[in-house]
Design a binder for this molecule. Structure first.
Ligand SMILES: *[C@@H]1O[C@H](CO)[C@@H](O)[C@H](O)[C@H]1NC(C)=O
Ligand SMILES: *[C@@H]1O[C@H](CO)[C@@H](O)[C@H](O)[C@H]1NC(C)=O
Ligand SMILES: *[C@@H]1O[C@H](CO)[C@@H](O)[C@H](O)[C@H]1NC(C)=O
Ligand SMILES: *[C@@H]1O[C@H](CO)[C@@H](O)[C@H](O)[C@H]1NC(C)=O
Length: 351
């Protein structure tokens, strides 16, 4: 009788896993698995308008462009919540068959420690697959036992987040990039069964710093759906502006950069090297949502020329203090992503 019972419950779990698509992945606005999505959280203070600070626009491969979400970023529904709830709801963070890490240079509640990379994100995967979420929101996401919470400090400025679903093998490459980023893992677990594959991730999780063989690294990544992304990761030892000193030259494209620049610390538009980097000053999203870059904490860039068609989302601002920080960019040549970001550039400073 007892064995009967456990057999039928195993069958139930099996059926549920196939039917409800329980594979760990990025989740769209309706909770369905998607290969990737991007959100643009709108700033509260806009030009001639004040918003709630929790509205956001959503983009994935099934859309034609930015779509205003019907959810708020602090609610229990929506793409980011659905994605992170795979960690929070199932107590997946206690599982010994999956790996997770929440990282942020400014974690929730804890004090700021300067030595880590200026990088924010979350990973969750098992032997099959999982997601890597990279974002710009300080003090986010919340500790696993607290459930999904959005910090009130994250309401004022604009923010972006990129989620990509990867198969297990890709996380071995991602782990190598993370070593350069040197993220502050404030909650993580790398169970024993993963130690042989992911020794450096386990070191980061144990708050030790793995050895580096250079000061920066590029890695191609392929999503579960076959979409190509390129991860650029620099360590604190590469003391330069990641956009001008490296990525623009490596991509061979002039870049328009949106980042959060504080007066007196900002790096000006720079045309000294072969490929130029120019600061965006004003954004216009669909529905005439207009705001200045100083109200936008997101960090992204697009090629100035449509034929170069490259978009990157990442960690670093064009700021003096961040030359000395670890951080990276994830780039894509997807035309839909490019159009979405290139078209919203309203004003930038040429050299
Ligand atoms: C989300 O934020 C808005 C704006 O600050 C607030 O009115 C609302 O109560 C918040 N909702 C939740 C669930 O925290
Ligand atoms: C994983 O957890 C299960 C259930 O708690 C336990 O039976 C199993 O021995 C654990 N496996 C390893 C490799 O630690
Ligand atoms: C997450 O980190 C916080 C702060 O160190 C700690 O209080 C909490 O217990 C951690 N949670 C887990 C699940 O490790
Ligand atoms: C432009 O950027 C390069 C690379 O970061 C730097 O070496 C150079 O000093 C900058 N030029 C100006 C005028 O700021």
């Amino acid at each position: 009788m007892i064995s009967h019972f456990s057999l039928s419950s195993q069958i139930f779990v099996l059926v549920c896993c196939t039917v409800c698509g329980a594979d760990i992945s990025c989740r769209n606005e309706d909770g369905e698995a998607v290969d990737w999505f991007i959100i643009y959280k709108l700033p509260k203070y806009r030009i001639d308008d004040i918003g709630s600070g929790v509205e956001y626009m959503y983009l994935d491969s099934s859309k034609e462009g930015w779509e205003m979400s019907k959810y708020m970023i602090n609610s229990s529904q929506g793409a980011i919540t659905n994605t992170l709830n795979q960690l929070y709801m199932g107590k997946e963070y206690k599982s010994n068959t999956s790996v997770y890490a929440l990282y942020n240079d400014g974690p929730p509640d804890l004090i700021y420690i300067q030595k880590y990379g200026h990088t924010k994100g979350a990973l969750l995967f098992d032997r099959s697959q999982g997601f890597w979420l990279s974002h710009s929101i300080p003090h986010f996401p919340s500790f696993p036992e607290k459930g999904y919470l959005y910090p009130s400090s994250g309401k004022f400025y604009g923010q972006t987040a990129l989620c990509v679903t990867y198969q297990y093998q890709q996380f071995l490459h991602i782990a190598k990039q993370l070593v350069y980023l040197y993220p502050r893992f404030y909650n993580c677990s790398v169970p024993a069964a993963f130690l042989a594959d992911l020794p450096q991730l386990a070191q980061l999780c144990a708050d030790s710093k793995p050895q580096l063989s250079s000061n920066k690294r590029v890695q191609q990544l392929f999503s579960a759906g076959g979409e190509k992304f390129v991860s650029f990761a620099k360590s604190e030892n590469f003391v330069d502006d990641i956009y001008t000193g490296w990525v623009a030259q490596e991509l061979g494209a002039d870049l328009l950069v949106e980042s959060w620049q504080r007066q007196g610390h900002d790096l000006p538009s720079n045309c000294s090297l072969a490929k130029h980097t120019m600061n965006i000053k004003k954004i216009q999203l669909p529905r005439s949502i207009l705001f200045y870059s100083h109200n936008d904490h997101s960090k992204w860039c697009v090629s100035q020329l449509y034929e170069d068609q490259v978009t990157c989302l990442g960690d670093l601002n064009r700021e003096m203090g961040q030359l000395w920080r670890g951080g990276g960019l994830i780039c894509s040549s997807n035309p839909l992503i490019y159009k979405a970001f290139r078209q919203v550039v309203d004003w930038y400073i040429d050299c």
